[in-house]
Design a protein. Structure first.
Ligand code: GLU
Ligand code: MG
Length: 437
């Protein structure tokens, strides 16, 4: 059969979906210069089809400008179509950045962090997902047999990631039925969010080649352990030296790292509107599901909103290079550029105000008295998307991080999503998200 390679210019939108337009491979050089045409209202496409009330309606034109630094070309060598796409910036037709471009939002947060503090962010998105093609077995968490029971998925996936330029750090069978987890090497700034998109798309591409599907939905079914996205963060100075670690500070969190985390916790409730931005995200963010439920900083606590991760000092390994904190109140319905962007913005507020390191909790916040929680500044995370949007609206400083049009589009979009889900029972909501993500 005759075939010609297709290249897609894509971006990740408010719904966290990867969408774009394609062109023949022969046109790649020309398209790198000119981009492909795009429509503003496309960013209002919900994950379920209907378009949220759009500020632009049928008007306007944009350009998807592929970034040659974010090119993925993976040939699965099974005769299937080559996966060839480039993550793109969304620009106005005069080439200037579009205010609602999520990648631009992250780039400007990275740039402000650098220009004001000289710091760079190093991040890794750890993903959990559900693989439909795995054979379920009782008690299968971390089981070698669970790896066996999902056939060649892991091998093909690792190879696809490698071909896409991403090195897997670890891979495992998670606690839930048919649940797996993948962690990749950290990357700086925008590249970290690019990698999050690629990690999701390569999992989908792998499953599709194997005649199956994956889902990154935060809750595949109600009351079963959720699929989290844990965003690991560390800070480097302008020379690339890690600065979040201080061996003499409590649990190794330096003054700089502590201020950064304090900013995140201070804005924690509003951040959820960006990091856990779906109706079913709040089925996951409940106490005792090993996700996150309170605005606390925990040492090695897998239910803290921000967890100080362990370092491995065996064999003289440098703790400073490994040291990182993990933001746990995120999932894959979030756009990774917006999620990382707001974490940087919140952290930067903490640095500007030289906030002290939050007190590190070592107990379940639920077991603390109200006054103890008040003293620690620990509050319950929003319990619905609506509550998260209200928390964002009430956080004036956080609202000011966004170009006005982006905030307006985002809120409209999320309100439409809530409306689509209204009246559906929890099983149906989960089923829709499982299909869409
Ligand atoms: N599945 C848990 C979540 O929803 C995370 C479990 C873990 O890796 O600690 O975040
Ligand atoms: Mg996990």
């Amino acid at each position: 059969m005759i075939r010609e390679e297709l290249v897609m210019a894509c971006y990740c939108d408010i719904a966290g979906q990867t969408r774009g337009k394609g062109f023949p491979l022969s046109e790649l050089d020309a398209r790198l210069a000119s981009g492909v045409g795009w429509t503003p209202t496309n960013i209002m496409l919900t994950a379920f089809g209907p378009i949220a009330s759009s500020p632009w309606g049928p008007f306007g034109d944009l350009i998807l400008r592929p970034d040659p630094e974010a090119e993925v070309r993976v040939d699965f060598q099974d005769g299937s179509a080559v996966e060839h796409f480039l993550l793109s910036d969304v620009r106005n037709t005069d080439g200037s950045p579009w205010d609602c471009c999520p990648r631009r939002f992250l780039k400007s947060a990275v740039e402000d962090l650098r220009s004001e503090t000289g710091l760079q962010i190093l991040a890794a998105f750890e993903h959990e997902f559900y693989y439909f093609g795995a054979q379920e077995r009782i008690g299968s968490a971390y089981n070698l047999d669970s790896i066996r029971r999902h056939g060649v998925f892991a091998e093909v996936y690792l190879a696809a990631l490698r071909a896409a330029g991403i090195t897997c750090d670890s891979y495992l069978a998670e606690f839930g039925p048919r649940q797996y987890e993948v962690t990749c090497e950290p990357a700086r700034g925008v590249q970290a969010a690019d990698h999050a998109v690629i990690v999701r798309e390569m999992a989908r591409a792998t499953a599709q080649r194997l005649g199956s599907q994956v889902s990154f939905a935060p809750a595949v079914t109600p009351d079963v352990v959720g699929n989290g996205v844990h965003i690991h963060l560390s800070l480097l100075d302008s020379k690339g030296v890690p600065v979040a670690y201080d061996a003499t500070a409590p649990h190794g969190l330096s003054r700089i790292g502590g201020s950064f985390v304090a900013g995140i916790l201070r804005h924690g409730r509003g951040l959820c509107a960006l990091t856990a931005p779906s109706v079913v995200s709040y089925q996951r963010l409940v106490p005792h599901r090993w996700s996150a439920a309170w605005t606390n900083l925990g040492y090695r606590d897998r239910e803290a909103m921000v967890r100080i991760c362990p370092v491995n000092e065996t064999g003289g390994r440098d703790p400073a290079r490994q040291f990182n904190v993990e933001f746990r109140a995120a999932d894959a319905t979030a756009n990774p550029y917006l999620a990382l962007g707001v974490l940087i913005r919140a952290g930067l507020e903490g640095l500007r105000q030289e906030l002290p390191t939050p007190e590190i909790t070592s107990r379940d916040p639920e077991t603390l008295t109200t006054s103890e929680r008040e003293r620690l500044g620990v509050t319950r995370l929003p319990q619905s998307l609506g509550e998260a949007l209200e928390a964002l609206a009430a956080d004036e400083a956080a609202c000011a991080w966004f170009p006005e049009q982006l905030l307006d589009a985002y809120v409209r979009h999320k309100e439409a999503e809530s409306e689509i889900m209204r009246g559906l029972d929890r099983d149906t909501q989960c089923a829709h998200y499982t299909e869409a993500y």
